[in-house]
Design a protein around this ligand. Structure first.
Ligand SMILES: [Zn+2]
Length: 471
């Protein structure tokens, strides 16, 4: 596990931001924060409530990293992920774990509105607000702190994600003390605004979205602003943010990315029944109710796929090919339609063409590898993955695909070794050890392969047993 050694950013302090609380007694070490983050990520990775769609994830991650790279602490690690939840919310955990609800992306009218909320959450992370509050609780171990953080997550409306950490009376009591204070909110707003402006987003997006949340307007199918519960929003706070934006002398206005419209449409296409989703996009197109026409055709295509109307989806794809700029998500849509229509040769061509233009579009790589495995072209699938894997060293799914391929070939050692590496990247070291142990005991594999597995196994065991690890 890579642990980035860092200290409380001197930049953040030099920036004139208030230092909250007594730092010597109430700050978690970066290593402790990272350990808590790993525990939370293990839960996140195992949760069915987390979006697994590569395009949605990559969009939010890239947006998050772009914003974070303009933050006051370039060494802070981040993990961005998306929770299947139609309420409008986002949350930040210690160690840079930031979750975004699908409802937030759906309810946003512009990319800057999403960026405003993400910037605010990044502000909480780089100012170590939750970490400091956890430190004040005098909880004695990192694991208990992670449990506490997860219990809080459950308390604020992500019960499944909270998972193993059952809500207890004491967690309830502590949550009261851990709610972000007004000072925290103001600080996160200030950092967030700066970050989003430095990243090229329109800073008006932040106060505009806060107003939407406060007024409780703009709800889509059961979306509700649960953001307000954890980030108390006062009129004074919004006025404060507005005032700051007005004072900004200049900022460049960057157009919303096409990804924003496609990702939002993809999430909308997943709401309600397939027929409802199709009707809603058709209706918007008919009444010209949209800011981005291509986004509507894309969403309609996805909704038609859900309805298993592949001919209809192919028609929308034709429209996009004729009228919208070349885009990785359209290339992926073309391949997925061909797969769904059971046209393997057309699918093969679509994947190859798409990857030639967008060699690192993760969804295309996943889709092509799955396609090759479905056609029993195991060697080709393994070659594709090994060609691409160096660009995604932390991606567990690449290892799961490899494990599947080796299972199909009956290779026991390699199968368990790959599954073990996948678990490492899902932050689950005990399960990784279990798999690596199975690999070590496999009767196939040569001396060289067994040596690698043995070395990795003892390395992983040290991670768990290391007496020097911080408690
Ligand atoms: Zn907040």
């Amino acid at each position: 596990m890579i642990v980035c050694a860092l200290f409380l950013s001197p930049l953040a302090l030099a920036d004139g931001l208030p230092e909250l609380g007594d730092s010597s007694a109430t700050v978690l070490s970066p290593l402790q924060e990272q350990k808590i983050a790993d525990q939370i990520m293990r839960q996140v990775m195992a949760s069915d409530d987390v979006v697994s769609d590569a395009e949605v994830n990559d969009y939010v991650q890239n947006l998050g990293y772009r914003l974070a790279s303009h933050g006051p602490d370039p060494h802070q690690q981040f993990n961005f992920f998306v929770v299947k939840d139609n309420t409008i919310n986002a949350f930040a955990m210690p160690g840079g774990v930031v979750g975004v609800h699908t409802g937030l992306i759906i309810a946003a009218d512009t990319e800057s509105e999403v960026a405003g909320v993400l910037g605010h959450e990044i502000g909480h992370v780089v100012q170590h607000h939750l970490a400091r509050m956890l430190a004040q609780q005098k909880i004695d171990s990192v694991v208990s702190m992670a449990t506490m953080a997860l219990a809080l997550l459950a308390a604020v409306g992500n019960p499944q994600l909270g998972g193993g950490a059952m809500m207890t009376a004491s967690a309830n009591a502590i949550q009261k003390q851990l709610d972000y204070t007004r000072d925290h909110e103001r600080e996160a707003d200030r950092v967030g605004l700066q970050i989003m402006t430095d990243s090229g987003f329109d800073p008006h997006g932040m106060p505009a979205f806060f107003e939407v949340l406060q007024k409780g307007t703009r709800f889509v199918q059961g979306t509700a602003p649960s953001f307000l519960r954890t980030h108390p929003l006062t009129t004074e706070r919004i006025t404060d943010v507005r005032g700051r934006v007005e004072q900004m002398s200049s900022f460049k206005l960057v157009e919303d990315s096409q990804e924003f419209y496609y990702v939002r449409a993809k999430l909308l296409a997943d709401l309600g029944t397939p027929t409802q989703a199709v009707d809603s996009f058709r209706n918007n197109l008919q009444e010209k109710k949209y800011t981005n026409e291509a986004g509507q055709h894309y969403g309609l295509a996805i909704a038609l796929m859900r309805k298993r109307d592949f001919t209809g989806a192919a028609k929308e794809l034709d429209w996009l090919k004729m009228n919208a700029p070349v885009h990785a998500m359209i290339a992926n849509l073309a391949a997925n339609i061909a797969v769904a229509q059971n046209k393997p040769e057309q699918a093969e061509k679509a994947f190859i063409t798409g990857l030639a233009i967008f060699p690192n579009h993760r969804a295309l790589i996943y889709g092509y590898a799955e396609h090759l495995l479905a056609l029993n072209q195991v060697d080709n699938a393994l070659k594709l993955i090994s060609d691409k894997q160096s660009s995604f060293p932390d991606d567990p799914y690449f290892y799961e695909l490899i494990s599947k391929a080796y299972t199909m070939q009956g290779k026991v050692l390699l199968r368990h070794q790959a599954q073990g590496e996948a678990y490492v990247r899902r932050y689950h070291i005990p399960k990784a050890i279990e798999q690596m142990d199975l690999a070590a005991k496999a009767t196939d594999g040569d001396f060289y392969q067994h040596s690698i597995v043995e070395a990795r196994l003892s390395q992983l065991r040290q991670l768990v047993d290391d007496p020097k690890k911080p408690k």
